[in-house]
Design a protein around this ligand. Structure first.
Ligand SMILES: Nc1nc2c(ncn2[C@@H]2O[C@H](COP(=O)(O)OP(=O)(O)OP(=O)(O)O)[C@@H](O)[C@H]2O)c(=O)[nH]1
Ligand SMILES: [Mg+2]
Length: 327
């Protein structure tokens, strides 16, 4: 947790919605970070006994049914159920991150309903991390689009990971393995986002993540003598959502490397990663030394505050991008 914030009163609450979201929170729970609370929410009442999260919250299918097609704000039934969230002592200064796989009914609907309720409880930016299904599956894409339509205005940052792009990152594994790798990637991403980095304050973090809009994540790693120079290029080659980020008003860059990583290296990576952004973009960055990384260096950049209309076409995701425009 960032050093100018105040654990344990500033806690991180991670909420996984639906089956895909549950997998992510279980992975985070395995790490047992004391300032992180994990909550899973799904429609299976039998999971309570063996699910590995701090709290599991079963909701009946009838409560979530139809939610996606109702008018915004009309989620009375679900609000009644989620009033129980206060039982988990959610605090106004908790940092809340919600995650789901968009495209099917449960995770998408629950994430929308929860976002509205959590926005009333906390005053910090509320962050969502979602996957978007393959472009060829029209039914799933339509549901994901509805989800985006609700979530982009409701959340402070919605980090969108396209399955198509994740598949490229993991070099085309089969679907079963891909889902597993995605869950692990998102869990590691959340861990990365919520630990403390030199040079990064909580104030900077929240102002960049509170820019309102889509967040696009770039991820890269490199090793060897000119690793810092190559790292920014590696990241820029790997956007996990095809969207035009060049006017993004916010950018968060997090870098980790072995003991040889210097502050100047980190600053150079940030410079090379952000050269296309306008001068007024708020750029926040941090770095940390991890002894076990030896010669390796990793970076991620999240360009934030992007308007959904900036989704752009590319040969492999033009269908999803066109379908996802929320206008
Ligand atoms: N990261 C990850 N994503 C998954 C996994 N399984 C499915 N997905 C993606 O998430 C989307 C939603 O799938 P689920 O989470 O299984 O569905 P749900 O929200 O529980 O909805 P229901 O079908 O009503 O139970 C799918 O369209 C996939 O793109 C998984 O194991 N890990
Ligand atoms: Mg499910």
């Amino acid at each position: 947790m960032y050093k100018d914030l105040n654990p344990p009163s500033n806690r991180v609450v991670i909420i996984g919605c639906g089956s895909a979201g549950l997998k992510v929170v279980q992975l985070i729970h395995e790490v047992h970070t004391p300032s992180i609370i994990t909550i899973g929410i799904d429609t299976d009442f039998n999971l309570s006994n063996y699910l590995k999260t701090d709290h599991y919250f079963p909701v009946s299918k009838s409560v979530v049914r139809g939610l996606l097609d109702r008018n915004e704000g009309d989620c009375t039934g679900i609000s009644r159920v989620f009033r129980n969230l206060h039982m988990y002592q959610m605090q106004p200064d908790d940092l809340v991150i919600l995650t789901a796989g968009l495209g099917k009914f449960t995770g998408t609907s629950l994430m929308i309903a929860l976002t509205r309720i959590i926005k009333e409880i906390t005053y910090h930016p509320v962050i969502g991390i979602v996957t978007v299904p393959y472009p060829h599956n029209k039914e799933l894409i339509l549901c994901a689009k509805k989800g985006m339509n609700h979530l982009v205005p409701a959340l402070d940052s919605l980090i969108v990971l396209e399955m198509e792009q994740l598949k490229n990152l993991f070099q085309n594994p089969g679907t079963g393995t891909l889902y597993d790798k995605c869950s692990r990637f998102i869990a590691a991403e959340i861990e990365f986002l919520t630990t403390s980095f030199d040079n990064l304050t909580g104030k900077d973090f929240f102002s960049v993540m509170g820019m309102k809009g889509v967040g696009v994540l770039f991820y890269g790693q490199s090793a060897g003598p000119d690793r810092a120079e190559r790292l920014a290029q590696a990241c820029l080659r790997t956007p996990l959502c095809e969207i035009d980020y060049r006017a993004a008003p916010g950018c968060l860059v997090l870098i980790e490397g072995g003991p040889g990583l210097t502050r100047d290296d980190a600053r150079n990576v940030v410079r090379d990663l952000t050269f296309e952004l306008p001068g007024h973009t708020h750029i926040a960055w941090g770095y940390r030394i991890m002894k076990n990384l030896n010669e390796n260096i990793h970076a991620q950049a999240i360009m934030t505050g992007i308007k959904p209309g900036w989704f752009r076409g590319s040969p492999n995701c033009i269908a999803s991008v066109k379908n996802l425009q929320t206008g």
